[in-house]
Design a protein around this ligand. Sequence first.
Ligand code: F6P
Length: 254
Amino acid sequence: EYIKELRDISHLEKKLQKILGIQKVKLVNGVVAAGDLKAEIGRMASKFLQQEIENGDILAVTGGTTLAQIAAEMSYSTEAREVTVVPGRGGLGEDVEIQANTIAAKIAKKIGGTYHLLHIPDNIAEENIYYLTKEPSIKKTLEILKQANILIHGVGTAKNMAKRRGMKKNEIKDLVEAGAVGEAFGFYFNSLGEIIYSTTSVGLNLDDLEATKKVIVVAGGEDKAEAIIAAVSSKYQDILITDEITARKIISLQ
Ligand code: F6P
């Protein structure tokens, strides 16, 4: 019975790989209670990350509750490692516990590496970005970030993310009416995977993802199925970590 289950899972993973056009899909096995989903995905992703990380790596991370779970599930390394962790973007308007800065620092501590942070105010005016990126500490982090060879990021539904970032009701309505279904990195995607809106912030752009060697996306929950389809493509990501229920939902939407 167990063998059959494993076979089913690997079949499902392959099917999803094909649909999304990405290299690898890893699925948390079985029916997981909604309340445990993030912890299960976090556990799987943290293990995977710990296996993948090598000395010399520069790891970029985004924020969110899923990424926070990954950081929480990681175990402390017994030795110091030459790994640098940086936030992928700054100033996205998240609570401090789930900010990319906080997660980068936590993961660096667990891995036994070092970190550089991006202290950027939320909702910064477009015209101030230029000056901000000339600030020595920000400039340094951005330079390191451009050299990141591994990136791990989350995906959210457009509606939830707009709400979480404090967008006004009518703005959220406009965004949804314009077709936004998914969000990653401050970019809002429609169901065709096109970017239709972006939050003003500093850090990686989607073009940078194409150059990053290994891009891991982590997201689960049936409600995120559409968002995952919108934000995940062979152009940007290499590996998706999610769960069986979400996988089946994505397949059903094809
Ligand atoms: O704001 C950072 C971010 O990574 C978003 O880009 C993404 O949509 C969201 O967090 C995911 O958050 P959660 O894991 O809490 O759903």
